[in-house]
Design a protein. Structure first.
Length: 86
């Protein structure tokens, strides 16, 4: 969805299934210095305009931002396993 700098920048994963957005995950730095994935706030009924606005707003704050869309069969399982905290 958006290419950032090859060596730096925030990461966003737009998780979809059959074209329907289920979640936006972002990689954040935790208090212990490790990176983890957490859900980013986006309205449940977000359409392409809202998604574009969300991405543009994020890119204004981080020009190196990477945004990747994954269209997968079992998005709930992927989200649960990716955001699982140990």
């Amino acid at each position: 969805m958006r290419k950032g700098d090859p060596d730096r920048g925030s990461l966003l994963i737009f998780v979809a299934s059959r074209g329907r957005l289920h979640a936006v995950l972002e990689r954040v730095l935790a208090m212990n210095g490790d990176y983890r994935w957490q859900s980013a706030e986006l309205p449940d009924s977000a359409g392409s305009v809202q998604i574009g606005d969300f991405l543009a707003k994020r890119a204004r704050f981080d020009e190196d931002l990477w945004a990747i869309e994954l269209d997968i069969a079992d998005p709930e399982r992927f989200i649960a396993e990716t955001t699982l905290t140990a």
